[in-house]
Design a protein around this ligand. Structure first.
Ligand code: HGY
Ligand code: MN
Ligand code: MN
Length: 422
């Protein structure tokens, strides 16, 4: 059974062409550009001999029937949406690799025991509706009805956007896959950090994926004329928000420890009236906290809000509101899949190391449904979520070979073994 490096490269190149002109790489979920990319991908899946469908969560799925359907589905995939001005490989490497692996199996004439699925999850990146991992949340029954009411800046409900993407929002009141329907899930992804590159390791085998909390904090003061309002009479919302940003950063630095991972970021800010000659009356910031420890995740923000109420708000007569946006739990990958990935790398003569993922992934949600594993390949200088993101084709093909070998190993596992991986 042979993987085609040329076809892998061709598909990566073609999928990369679906980007906003002059803003590589920007392929935001729910846009026409994204719909065109998905339509191209669907055609590639069908040309590879897969049956395609869009599930109720808006996920694009290509399936190859197995010889023993009772064994359940082995799936692989990732996402093809990007952040704004994002990277060329974040997400698409996992989708294109899963498609290449299954197409190579089709071309070998071998019939897999399990049904194999290639999945492009809807909107993995934080969307304009304030929610990320929309398709994998939906598939795992973690997209509650209140999130469907979130709106984008144009006022469209998330539920309507999912319908526009081919999903059925009315059917999202539970997991979209039955118990044990999925026997296992694998996701190949670029590392988005610099551990593999700095240790010259070819493959990362992911042990666990951080949990993520995202909040919007709205600071309200009073918009005033910047020229006629004395400094001691201002209620400057941006000054207040800036002090909270500084506090988030300081508290995250104070939380650093050798055995627990925690990072916090304020990556988005908007102010009103947003004019050079107006004192800001409102500032909105997003606070994102990531950790492998549930208790640290849950307890991070409250001390900051309490401090802000007693200081920032009192001193400058400001008000703050905290709106939780989304949450994902710290997730362990399945031991037997970790071992299968490590064994596959070794069998191919590739160096590997076990490591946590500081990035969130669809795999973290699918792990609620079935034994799940992830593997990383190095990316240049650890850069990601920026146009400088880059990998070598050798690393891409290394990842594809390990992914494919692990998929074949899992396919030959007996159902009992697979179930033990839970
Ligand atoms: O934000 C993340 O961790 C992922 O790259 N979407
Ligand atoms: Mn990303
Ligand atoms: Mn990603």
């Amino acid at each position: 059974m042979e993987l085609s490096e040329n076809r892998l490269q061709r598909r990566l190149d073609k999928l990369s062409e679906f980007t906003l002109p002059g803003r590589p790489w920007t392929r935001r979920a729910f846009t026409d550009l994204y719909a065109s990319a998905r339509d191209w991908l669907r055609q590639e899946m069908e040309a590879a001999g897969l049956e395609t469908r869009i599930d109720a969560g808006g996920n694009l799925i290509g399936a190859l029937a197995g010889a023993e359907p009772g064994l359940g589905v082995l799936a692989g995939g990732s996402h093809i949406d990007t952040v704004v001005d994002g990277g060329r490989y974040d997400g698409i490497l996992g989708v294109v690799t899963a498609l290449e692996a299954v197409q190579a199996i089709v071309e070998s004439g071998e019939k897999p025991r399990h049904t194999l699925e290639v999945i492009d999850f809807l909107s993995e990146e934080p969307s304009d509706y304030g929610v990320s991992c929309i398709g994998s949340r939906a598939m795992s029954g973690n997209l509650p009805a209140d999130l469907l009411e979130y709106t984008n800046p144009a006022g469209e409900r998330l539920g309507d956007a999912i319908r526009r993407a081919g999903g059925t929002p009315g059917k999202l009141n539970g997991a979209l896959r039955g118990d044990a329907e999925l026997a296992g899930f694998l996701e190949l992804h670029i590392e988005q950090g610099r551990v593999l590159e700095s240790t010259e390791t070819q493959i990362g085998v992911v042990t666990n994926i951080v949990g993520i909390r995202r909040y919007e904090i709205v600071v309200t003061g009073r918009a005033d004329h910047s020229g006629t309002t004395p400094m001691n009479l201002r209620q400057d919302a941006l000054v207040g928000a800036s002090r909270i940003v500084e506090r988030v950063n300081a508290q995250a630095k104070a939380c650093q420890s050798s055995n627990k991972y925690l990072v916090a970021t304020v990556g988005k800010i908007s102010i009103r009236p947003d004019a050079a000659n107006a004192v800001p009356g409102e500032a909105r910031i997003t606070v994102e906290v990531r950790s492998d420890d549930q208790q640290r995740l849950d307890s991070f923000l409250k001390p900051i809000i309490d401090w802000a109420q007693e200081t920032v708000c009192q001193q400058d007569q400001l008000r703050i509101e905290v709106h939780p946006l989304s949450a994902s739990q710290p997730t362990d990958c399945a031991g037997p899949i970790i071992d299968t990935l490590a064994d596959s790398a070794a069998a191919l003569g590739l160096s590997s190391m076990k490591m946590p993922s500081g990035a969130g992934h669809d795999a973290a949600h699918i792990a609620r449904l079935c034994p799940t594993g992830m593997l990383f390949v190095p990316c240049l200088d650890g850069r990601s979520h920026c146009p400088e993101e880059d990998i070598t084709m050798q690393d891409a093909i290394n990842g594809a070979r390990v992914f494919t070998r692990a998929l074949l190993s899992l396919d030959c596992m007996s159902p009992q073994d697979a179930m033990q991986a839970k």
